[in-house]
Design a protein around this ligand. Structure first.
Ligand SMILES: *[C@@H]1O[C@H](CO)[C@@H](O)[C@H](O)[C@H]1NC(C)=O
Ligand SMILES: *[C@@H]1O[C@H](CO)[C@@H](O)[C@H](O)[C@H]1NC(C)=O
Ligand SMILES: *[C@@H]1O[C@H](CO)[C@@H](O)[C@H](O)[C@H]1NC(C)=O
Ligand SMILES: *[C@@H]1O[C@H](CO)[C@@H](O)[C@H](O)[C@H]1NC(C)=O
Ligand SMILES: *[C@@H]1O[C@H](CO)[C@@H](O)[C@H](O)[C@H]1NC(C)=O
Ligand SMILES: *[C@@H]1O[C@H](CO)[C@@H](O)[C@H](O)[C@H]1NC(C)=O
Ligand SMILES: *[C@@H]1O[C@H](CO)[C@@H](O)[C@H](O)[C@H]1NC(C)=O
Length: 623
């Protein structure tokens, strides 16, 4: 400071000598300006030289009012020094003096203190000198704040639109605000960029600036960063600070429009829910989007269409975007193809008939937009691949239900199926597993499994009686069950016939005495026997001990009577018949408790036929 003052003083001296010449008696020298930050302390130095020395000098300090008048604030003479009352400085100044130097100290400098201060030195005899210094005050502004417009800005506007405002508060002197876009300063340019600012003087004299940027936006502004820079002075320098950046929403019309299938990805099939989306490459919230199925005219007034796909939904879909400002529209299209798979069709007509030993051929396919493949199943087992199924040399095992599954190779879970029912035509075939039955029971169930088509008719002959039994049609034939009352050894014949022939099976039933010792019954077991041989060999079983019960006796008597009546009736009806009730009486006395189902089969068809013939002659019990 001292050095600077000295340099200034020397410069001043040169100037003074040049202007006033050597006849001046008191020479006063001061700096042009003193810079100080607000609230700090300012020192204004006044240097003088005098022929009289520093002793009897009168020193006065003034400030210059706005109107140019001088207002004294300090007075000093050889006997006293006074701070003038009633000035803004009466509490804030001190003056210190040394030889040739007077320093005015102003504390707590305010904005109003930015004015000129005058130092006047008067010699006691004659002559005086005066100097002046401008006090400059600086206040660092607060950090600038920035606000972007909240609504989007459209590129369609003819006039510049407001982009944002930047405010910087409490600076002095007035700070400068500069707008930047992506590091490039923005300059006002008519019809394109407008930067306006407003300065407000705060009560403390500080200045606040609000700057507003308006601009004719372009699409590229959507990514631009706008910010403001503030330049302000500090003592001896300038400084700069920046606001945070802002971005703005730019509304601009589309130049292209896109439509696509959002889901499902890949091939579409019937039953899928197809979602179509449509969008433009602009940013225009007021633009109107719609999707239209060209063929049907069906229209969705949104950017999304959901379709429950069927094949009629195939075809071209068009998206249209209409700009509500210009009413210009853009369209684009996409193709949708809905794949389909119709129900499986099986040829020939159902059911398919085939003669035993012959071949049958069937096909199974389904109309589809895609390649299909067929797999044939029977009873859950895969038996063949391919649309055509050939069954050669049909047997009754060939009969049954075939399922064909038609699937699309390219698309999973796209399949359909059909069935083929095959009937193998041929004479009945009875399954003959067991033809000899031994039983201690009064009642047995005889089962006759027959294969053959057309469904064979079953006629049972047992105990001289003809019956149909209980029948159930199976996949490749029929199953018949006959309940027989066993009173003595007997035979039963199952005769199955259809238009291709007939088959019979004879059951030999051995009635085993229901004695207390079961062991004896089991010893009488016979192996498969020739029915014709064994017919008359069966002996009536021993009588079972009766319980001495009157009721039972009475029942037996009644039964005997009924049998007698029945026997005679039957005798008359079948004069030639050989019905014999000889064993019936005995069997009736037995108590009949458990039924056991027994199946009987014979091994040989011819044998069975013979048996059937013989059976009529055999002693029968009623059934
Ligand atoms: C003036 O000087 C006196 C004495 O040194 C001091 O107490 C006072 O605070 C000073 N006033 C200012 C405004 O500097
Ligand atoms: C502010 O702008 C004015 C006018 O362009 C200029 O004179 C002044 O030096 C600037 N202030 C700052 C701090 O840069
Ligand atoms: C239509 O869409 C295609 C594919 O998305 C695109 O390449 C093309 O530019 C679009 N056309 C228009 C006029 O938007
Ligand atoms: C699609 O099908 C679902 C259920 O079947 C139904 O709720 C929906 O409304 C249908 N959507 C259309 C566009 O037909
Ligand atoms: C057909 O099947 C029968 C019985 O299984 C067999 O004897 C015959 O040889 C077969 N015929 C042909 C042509 O395969
Ligand atoms: C055949 O289709 C029906 C109905 O779609 C399905 O329930 C069944 O499981 C299918 N059968 C086979 C063998 O795929
Ligand atoms: C079985 O029944 C068919 C048709 O009624 C008949 O032609 C055939 O002779 C019978 N067979 C026997 C062994 O009784």
């Amino acid at each position: 400071m001292a050095l600077r003052n000295t340099v200034a003083l020397l410069v001043g001296l040169v100037a003074l000598f040049h202007t006033w010449g050597a006849w001046a008696i008191v020479e006063v020298n001061m700096e042009d300006k003193v810079e100080v930050s607000i609230k700090e302390t300012a020192q204004i130095t006044c240097m003088y030289t005098s022929d009289e020395g520093s002793g009897g000098m009168v020193i006065e300090w003034f400030y210059v009012t706005r109107s140019g008048d001088k207002q004294r604030i300090y007075h000093q003479d050889p006997v006293s020094n006074t701070v003038d009352k009633g000035t803004p400085y009466m509490d804030r100044i001190n003056v210190s003096t040394a030889t040739g130097v007077v320093v005015l100290t102003i504390s707590d400098v305010q904005v109003e203190d930015e004015r000129e201060f005058t130092c006047r030195i008067k010699g006691l005899t004659d002559g005086s000198g005066e100097g002046r210094t401008k006090l400059r005050v600086f206040a660092t502004p607060e950090r600038p704040t920035i606000e972007a417009v909240e609504t989007g800005v459209s590129v369609d506007k003819f006039e510049p639109s407001k982009i944002g405002t930047c405010e910087v508060k409490n600076g002095y002197p007035r700070p400068n605000v500069t707008w930047y876009r992506d590091n490039m300063p923005l300059l006002s340019s008519p019809g394109d960029t407008i930067i306006e600012f407003r300065t407000t003087t705060e009560s403390n004299g500080l200045l606040s600036v609000v700057s507003e940027l308006s601009r004719k936006v372009v699409k590229e502004d959507k990514n631009a960063k706008f910010y403001c820079e503030v330049n302000y002075f500090v003592p001896g320098a300038t400084q700069m600070t920046e606001s945070a950046p802002i971005t703005i929403t730019i509304y601009y019309p589309s130049t292209e429009v896109y439509i696509w299938v959002e889901s499902p990805k890949g091939k579409i099939k019937e039953g899928d829910v197809v979602e179509l989306r449509c969008t433009g490459n602009g940013n225009d919230p007021s633009a109107l989007l719609s999707i239209k199925h060209t063929r049907s005219g069906e229209t969705w007034e949104t950017d999304t269409a959901q379709i429950n796909a069927t094949r009629i939904n195939s075809g071209e879909y068009e998206c249209q975007i209409v700009d509500t400002e210009s009413f210009e529209s853009l369209t684009n299209t996409t193709e949708v193809f809905v794949n389909y798979l119709d129900p499986a069709v099986v040829v020939p007509e159902q059911p398919a008939m085939v003669l035993q030993g012959k071949d049958v051929m069937a096909t199974c396919n389904a109309v589809s937009s895609l390649q299909t493949e067929t797999t044939w199943f029977k009873d859950g087992e895969e038996i063949s691949k391919g649309h055509t199924l050939i069954l050669t040399n049909a047997t009754f095992d060939t009969s049954g239900t075939y399922t064909c599954v038609v699937s699309v190779t390219e698309l999973e879970d796209m399949q359909t199926n059909g069935t083929l029912i095959v009937h193998v035509q041929g004479p009945p075939q009875i399954r003959k597993d067991r033809t000899v039955i031994e039983t201690v029971n009064r009642e047995v169930d005889l089962k006759c499994h027959v294969r053959g088509y057309p469904v064979p008719t079953i006629i049972w002959t047992a105990g001289g009686k003809v019956s149909k039994g209980f029948q159930k049609v199976t996949e490749n034939g029929v199953e018949s069950v006959l309940k027989v009352q066993v009173t003595s050894d007997m035979t039963a014949v199952c005769n199955a016939s259809n238009e291709y022939g007939s088959d019979t099976s004879t059951f030999n039933i051995k009635a085993i005495a229901h004695t207390t010792t079961q062991a004896t019954s089991t010893t009488t077991t016979t192996t498969i026997s020739n029915p014709s041989v064994k017919t008359e060999t069966a002996k009536p079983p021993k009588k079972v001990k009766k319980e001495s019960n009157g009721v039972i006796i009475a029942v037996v008597i009644i039964c005997l009577l009924l049998l007698a009546v029945l026997g005679s009736v039957l005798y008359f009806l079948y004069k030639k018949g050989k019905i014999c009730g000889r064993s019936g009486k005995q069997d009736l006395t037995k108590s009949n408790k458990d039924n056991i189902v027994v199946e009987m089969k014979s091994d040989n068809t011819e044998e069975a036929i013979l048996l059937g013939v013989n059976g009529e002659k055999q002693p029968q019990s009623h059934q």
